[in-house]
Design a protein around this ligand. Structure first.
Ligand code: 26Q
Length: 839
């Protein structure tokens, strides 16, 4: 892009003299037609929904633009303390309905579309999900942005603009097949490219010492191969206010060096290839939700995010404050969404020292006062490590800095615990061995003034387990921030029926203060209200039934109990335990044990990491069981099973309002929090769950009589590990014996001999870390109770109402208030009348 500026210092004033945009239906109609006709160049013969969606999105975006600018100018003029949320993932889903809800344009838009003869739901369905994340961690980031804007906090999200998001999952012959998600193919109407704020990111080369003009010895990174980072901004509108925050996503582009260098030297193809390599950095999201160790491209992505974002923040800082950094940590905070952006630690040190001339101690003081780290996993094997040699090769200067951070840190450890060499080795950022590794979590901990887990149990287990030594050293740094989800998307937008019923019953306050849902409690006793509640749920079950029919070809009956387990496929989440229970139900039907039978429709959904063989086999098993069960005339309507392909944000918006029972059955002590559990609760599903993650807090809020608890607790899980004998567990339980026999007999894989052998072996192995067999019995009991209680629809409605009534704690507004009060300490800031200068 041509980067020339206006000849005079400022662009002419009248460039932006515009009357405010109209906000009623006729204005929208007029605007829509202009976009459709002139900007998009379509006419009445165009049959593609997509263009109508784009026109409508642009109409909404126009209404966002002025507030967006005002918000940026206000933050700048007030020079307020800011938070920079650094995350490799943002699972935003669709933006249109959310934008309309938060802007308050929904009603007029529906009128406008009516005049144009179009249906809003249809247009909404034409939007591609922005699937720039794997699961919980990425969706959490998206919920947080919504809450920050609604609370008017000066928080900016930084991430990567992946060309290809989370893969699309097709199910062929019961097997997962991955297909690329080229979500940008038809353009993204919400994004705004900002080439004027591009940054240069260095890779490779070497570090050298030199003497600067003041005679100071300094270090610099030379002979690097550079890549450009170009920002694309996405507006994040707050609910019912004028705040529009930004999500800034970086795209990698080749520098002009490529053109000047090899092109002219006659290496044309080589040069184009090098260009492509540079642009590959932001090409694709890694689809693993546990760290995939040692992948060079992933390392480059992580550094790309950290470096580009920090440089952007420092650019803005220097523009206002020059090279005076004494106030930097008072005005800036970086929240690291897991260790994925933790290259920010050595990178901030490098930028402050090598590019802005600070001394080590000054730079370290700033770094440790501005970094905060959130952990999202309890699985030790998922803690991120990088081979030293990759650092050596691609980030040589960072490695020097990491060595020095570690040396300083270990001397602190040595002075606190003299002579404890093994402790030093345990706590070292460098894990020694044949292929030494950098432990990213330790790096993040050492540099952060706050370290948090994402649910009470998780935070407790972190300080007693994985991070015990560090907690002993710095107890004051550790804290808990129980996750939450935004009720704007996960109730108001996705469940219009319930929204309406809530508004007419308790008013609209819950949309910004979810605790107000407690006002529902007395209505739980009211038979007339229960009946309205039941009708809303029934309608939502009909919607879900249509989805299941369309995407799985399976016919659900909205009068049956709808049980749902949707989440990434992982052994620790124990979809396998559900599968065994399904086999047990099937077996009961086959035995004729069906007195007082409660018909059930069971829905599964979720993606397996492409290289996770066991997870893929679990999908195959569920699909095969579904095939047998759904086609058995003896089963009929008593039991239906479906595996929904390509589970994603936009389908969860149909699933959670239609669920009766939410399945949250991870092995206790393994699920950091879970957030799907909260979405289901908010939409009136009851939970069947273990004492794990945020389930524990859900149970605390809603009370044991409104929750189906079963299974070993975290303590019992770790106790049982050594003496675990699943074969005898199976022997002692006739139901489980029959289930295992059915599985082993090949009943579900008649023409595919042996394909489930590894699954069977894992259940029977005394080393099964997930203790599937151990929790089978209590799970079946709890499920029996579910079936019984569902038969009393009055009682069930009451419990469902109470689940919603007590879900107030699980708003991400509450979570973000706590982050702000205890970690970020920024001030809510209302956008003021237009300022003069941007950014
Ligand atoms: C790391 C390195 C290389 C490649 C991939 C990764 C990687 C990517 C994503 C590692 C982990 C993730 C995602 C983790 C995640 O989603 N964790 C979930 O976070 C939720 C929000 O806090 C919790 O509710 C869930 O319990 C937790 O599993």
């Amino acid at each position: 892009m041509n980067q020339r500026s206006f000849e005079k210092s400022c662009p002419p004033e009248n460039l932006t003299n515009l009357p405010p945009l109209g906000m009623d239906a006729d204005d929208f109609v007029d605007n829509f037609r202009r976009y459709y006709t002139y900007h998009l160049g379509r006419d009445k013969n165009c049959r593609l929904l997509h263009y109508a969606f784009r026109a409508l999105a642009l109409v909404q975006k126009d209404r966002i633009m002025e507030r967006w600018r005002k918000t940026r100018c206000t933050y700048k003029e007030q020079d307020c303390r800011r938070v920079h949320y650094l995350s490799m993932e943002y699972l935003m889903g669709r933006a249109l309905s959310n934008a309309m809800l938060n802007l308050g344009t929904e009603e007029e838009t529906i009128k406008a579309l009516h005049k144009l003869g179009m249906d809003l739901e249809e247009l909404e369905s034409a939007e591609q999900d922005a699937g720039l994340g794997n699961g919980g961690l990425g969706r959490l980031a998206a919920c947080f942005l919504d809450s920050c804007a609604t609370l008017q906090l000066p928080v900016i999200g930084y991430g990567i603009r992946y060309e290809y998001g989370m893969f699309r999952q097709a199910i062929k012959k019961g097997k997962q097949v991955e297909e690329p998600d080229h979500w940008l193919e038809t353009g993204n109407p919400w994004e705004l490219e900002r080439p004027e704020y591009k940054q240069r990111i260095q890779y490779g080369g070497r570090s050298e010492e030199y003497t600067d003009s003041n005679g100071q010895l300094r270090r610099r990174w030379v002979e690097s191969r550079d890549v450009l980072a170009v920002p694309f901004d996405i507006p994040i509108a707050g609910y019912g206010n004028d705040t529009v925050n930004s999500l800034r996503l970086w795209k990698a582009m080749a520098t002009q060096d490529f053109d000047l260098g090899e092109f002219n030297a006659g290496f044309y193809p080589e040069s184009v290839a090098a260009k492509t390599a540079a642009e590959h950095i932001t090409m694709v999201l890694y689809p693993n939700d546990a760290s995939e160790n040692g992948k060079e491209l992933r390392l480059k992505q992580q550094y790309f995010l950290a470096s580009a974002s920090l440089k952007d923040v420092l650019r803005r800082w220097v523009y206002i404050h020059g090279d005076e950094f004494s106030d930097f940590a008072a005005k800036n905070c970086f929240q690291l969404n897991d260790t994925h952006p933790s290259f920010a630690v050595p990178e901030l040190m490098r930028l402050l020292m090598d590019e802005h001339g600070l001394q080590w101690d000054e730079a370290w003081e700033i770094t440790t006062k501005s970094m905060a780290y959130t952990n999202h996993t309890l699985l030790p094997e998922a803690l991120e490590k990088w081979p030293l040699r990759l650092f050596q090769q691609w980030l040589p200067r960072l490695l020097e800095i990491i060595y020095e951070i570690n040396a300083n840190f270990l001397s602190e450890v040595a002075s606190k615990w003299p002579g404890e060499g093994d402790r030093q080795q345990r706590m070292s950022v460098i894990e020694e061995g044949g292929d030494p590794q950098v432990r990213m979590a330790y790096l993040a901990i050492i540099a952060s003034y706050s370290i948090n887990g994402v649910a009470a149990l998780h935070s407790k287990l972190l300080v007693n387990g994985l991070f015990r030594d560090f907690h002993e050293l710095w107890p004051e740094r550790f804290n808990n921030k129980t996750n939450g989800v935004t009720q704007r998307r996960w109730l108001a937008a996705c469940n219009p029926g319930l929204r309406q019923l809530l508004n007419t019953t308790i008013g609209q306050g819950w949309c910004t203060e979810l605790e107000q849902l407690k006002k529902l409690v007395p209505y739980a006793e009211d038979p007339a209200f229960r009946e309205k509640w039941r009708l809303v749920k029934h309608h939502n079950k009909e919607r879900l039934t249509e989805l299941v029919k369309a995407d799985c070809g399976v016919t659900f009956d909205p009068n049956a109990l709808f049980e749902v387990q949707v989440k990434r496929i992982h052994e620790y989440k124990r979809q396998l335990l559900s599968a065994l229970h399904v086999i047990h139900l099937y077996d009961r039907i086959k035995q004729g044990d069906t007195t007082d039978w409660q018909p059930r429709c069971i829905l599964f959904g979720g993606k397996a990491a492409p290289g996770y063989t066991m997870a893929k086999q679990i999908i195959k098993l569920i699909c095969n069981i579904a095939e047998v069960v759904n086609n058995d005339p003896q089963v009929g309507d008593k039991l239906k099973i479906a595996f929904l392909p390509n589970y994603r944000v936009s389908v969860m918006e149909v699933i959670c309002p239609g669920a009766d029972l939410s399945v949250q059955i991870s092995t206790a002590g393994k699920e950091a929090s879970g957030t799907g559990n909260m979405k289901f609760m908010m939409n009136g599903a009851l939970t069947i769950g273990t004492l794990d993650g945020a389930n524990i807090e859900i149970l605390e809020e809603v009370g044991a009589e409104n929750f189906f608890l079963f299974g070993l607790n975290a303590h019992e899980v770790s106790e049982l590990r050594s003496g675990y004998d699943p074969r005898s567990t199976v022997k002692q339980n006739p139901d489980l014996t029959r289930v295992m026999r059915l599985l082993q007999s090949g009943h579900f894989n008649q023409f595919e001999p042996g394909i489930f052998d590894t699954i069977i072996d894992s259940i029977l192995s005394p080393h099964d870390p997930w203790l599937v067999a151990a929790d089978f019995h209590t799970f079946v009991q709890a499920q029996k109770q579910v079936a019984e209680e569902f038969q009393d629809q009055q009682k069930w409605a009451k419990k469902s109402i109470l689940n919603v009534a007590y879900s107030g704690k699980f708003s991400s507004d509450r979570t973000i208030r706590q982050y702000n009060e205890e970690i970020w300490k920024t001030t809510p800031t209302t956008p003021m009348s237009p300022g003069a200068i941007d950014e």
